[in-house]
Design a protein around this ligand. Structure first.
Ligand code: FES
Ligand code: FES
Length: 173
């Protein structure tokens, strides 16, 4: 009997911990019922099915999960899904043109072979777009400094920096 009461209490606590949220991602609203502790990264990947943002460390140290909220870069593993309500969230799936054309930053990564395994690439590209918009891509040193939160275990940094320098010029044009 005690065990049954305990189970019932636990189920009740789990039910209370769920929250209804509406996340606006790439221009579309998604109504979710999620545990209040669900990270934005897990909400995107596990509840909405957008798996472009990657889980590298889940501790804010690698940048693989980078997305934009209202145009600013955010490591989505450190933000709760419920905190992202009301913002315009953009993921790697949402940066291309409506006709399917790649974003200039995506094209530049291809042109400069700025990847090997590709696992860090969505986060690199999202961070790089924000880096350019912030005005932090005016020199190679600037790019290295302001991209230092995005790690690449394959060591594709030379190509990544070259791609960002190239895309910065294309984005201005
Ligand atoms: Fe978010 Fe590494 S998975 S910073
Ligand atoms: Fe493999 Fe960056 S391309 S981790």
């Amino acid at each position: 009997m005690t065990a049954m009461v305990t189970l019932s209490q636990a189920q009740s606590q789990r039910a209370v911990a769920r929250h209804g949220v509406t996340l606006t991602v790439n221009g579309a609203d998604h109504a979710l019922s999620i545990d209040a502790r669900t990270s934005l990264l897990d909400a995107l990947r596990e509840h909405i099915g957008l798996t472009g943002a990657k889980k590298g460390c889940d501790h804010g140290q690698c940048g693989a999960c980078t997305v934009h909220i209202d145009g600013r870069r955010v490591v989505s593993c450190l933000k709760l899904g419920v905190q992202a309500q009301g913002g315009e969230i953009t993921t790697i799936e949402g940066i291309g043109a409506a006709d399917g054309a790649l974003h200039p930053m995506q094209q530049a990564f291809i042109d400069h072979d700025a990847l090997q395994c590709g696992y860090c690439t969505p986060g690199q590209i999202m961070s790089a777009i924000a880096c350019v918009r912030e005005g932090h891509a005016s020199s190679l040193d600037d790019i290295r400094e302001y991209m230092s939160g995005n790690l690449c275990r394959c060591g594709a940094y030379v190509g990544i920096v070259a791609a960002i320098e190239d895309a910065a010029a294309r984005m201005k044009g």
